[in-house]
Design a protein around this ligand. Structure first.
Ligand code: IPM
Ligand code: MG
Length: 353
């Protein structure tokens, strides 16, 4: 098959890890005789430096015409001034919104040989396999008004937590569909005891639950969920939640695996290209050293093959190669090992069968 993939390496360690994921994709395309055409573009801080904007209209158009997008990370201390008019994160948010990528899939699995790397007790971790489905184009990130105004001489800032019923429905429906291929359990996380938007969320989730009786649905308040994800992680299968809660809970959940550097994500819309990126950030402290863990990005490339190109066998081949490399003891420094970014990717590529 032929596919056009836009690469958005971004800032910090982004270029280093995306380069290795491309090596893996090249190796897969050679083995399975596909033709992947890569187009590289700027996003985030590097785009601000070059164009004065974190995502240009041209880049957004290139992305929307592609088959899939692979992104590294955006942001860094250089662009961190909270007073700045343009910020790297705006690029990522504009891309998610511009392509209507309303569902962000963040799978969290604990590899048996990495149990020791997790701060949690081993007995809590065996069998952890969670898929967080985070709503990505609504809620507090995008609600309006969103402003800073002067009120009686005081500066007042407002962000609005807003959801339409259809925004909730489409992401919850996708969570149910994904649960059907797993353990058939959806946990909807909200704050329905306080927030009106959460009461709408829960009402819609209940409706979708009634329409899909083959899948079990339960509801947990977000504060309790943050506790159970750590104390009883095996009780979860698919977790569906709003944009802000999902942002926070996935950083928390990543701790179970031993390193945030391991976790991939896929951002999907109803149609059009998907966006694939590791869940970690640009890690400015280690940028340029070539020591970042490339696994989160390599597994994101696997998700790209699965969800945007429908290449299930190729996606599984990458995931198995990663599993085997980890089982064989290959470790980057975040996991207490000595391999650098390129060596880790090499170990994975050599295990691709
Ligand atoms: C994430 C990140 C982003 C978010 C930032 C970089 C805007 O934290 O993808 O989880 O908050 O969504
Ligand atoms: Mg985040």
């Amino acid at each position: 098959m032929q596919a056009t993939i836009v690469l958005l390496p971004g800032d910090g360690i982004g270029p280093e890890i995306v380069a290795e994921a491309v090596q893996v994709l090249d190796s897969v395309s050679g083995k399975y005789q596909h033709e992947f055409n890569f187009i590289e573009r700027l996003i985030g801080g590097c785009s601000i430096d070059t164009y004065g904007s974190a995502l240009t209209d041209e880049t957004l158009a290139d992305c929307s015409q592609s088959d899939a997008i692979l992104l590294g990370a955006v942001g860094g201390p250089k662009w961190d001034d909270p007073q700045a008019e343009v910020r790297p994160e705006q690029g990522l948010l504009a891309l998610r919104k511009g392509l209507e990528l309303f569902a962000n899939l963040r799978p969290v699995r604990v590899h048996p040989s990495l149990v020791e790397a997790s701060p949690l007790k081993a007995e809590k971790l065996s069998g952890v396999d969670i898929l967080v489905v985070r709503e990505l184009t609504g809620g507090l990130y995008f609600g309006w008004p969103k402003e800073r105004v002067l009120v009686n001489g005081h500066e007042r800032a407002v962000d609005t937590l807003m959801y339409f019923d259809f925004e909730v429905r489409r992401v919850v429906e996708l969570a149910f569909e994904l649960a059907r291929g797993r353990k058939k359990k959806v946990t909807s996380v909200d704050k329905a005891n306080v927030l009106e938007s959460s009461r709408l969320w829960r009402k819609v989730a209940l409706e979708v639950g009634q329409e899909n009786p083959d899948v079990t649905l339960d509801h947990i308040l977000v504060d309790a969920a943050s506790m159970y994800l750590i104390t009883q992680p095996t009780r979860f299968d698919v977790v569906v939640t709003d944009n802000m809660f999902g942002d926070i809970l996935t950083d928390e959940t990543s701790v179970l695996t031993g390193s945030m550097g391991l976790l991939p994500s896929a951002s999907l819309g109803k149609t059009g290209p998907g966006l694939y990126e590791p869940i970690h950030g640009s890690a400015p402290d280690i940028a340029g050293k070539g020591i970042a863990n490339p696994i989160g990005t390599i597994l994101s490339a696997a998700m790209l093959l699965r969800h945007s190109l429908n290449l299930e066998e190729e996606a599984s081949a990458i995931e198995s190669a990663v599993d085997r490399a980890i089982a064989d003891g290959c470790r980057t420094t975040d996991l207490g090992g000595k391999l650098n970014t390129r060596q880790m990717a090499g170990e994975i590529i050599s295990r691709l069968v």
